[in-house]
Design a protein. Structure first.
Length: 48
């Protein structure tokens, strides 16, 4: 694990109340350097 991350991303669906934990591997964090890149990727991937 790269320093500064805990290796978990929590997804909460406020409409249904579903909660899931995503555990990306180290390559995910190497590809997307920085918090802004991670958030941008997740928004583009998960929003309709």
């Amino acid at each position: 694990m790269i320093g500064g991350t805990h290796g978990k991303i929590l997804h909460v669906d406020l409409t249904t109340g579903d909660v899931r934990v995503e555990r990306p591997d180290d390559d995910f964090y190497r590809l997307l350097v920085g918090g802004r890149a991670v958030v941008s990727y997740l928004l583009l991937r998960d929003l309709p």
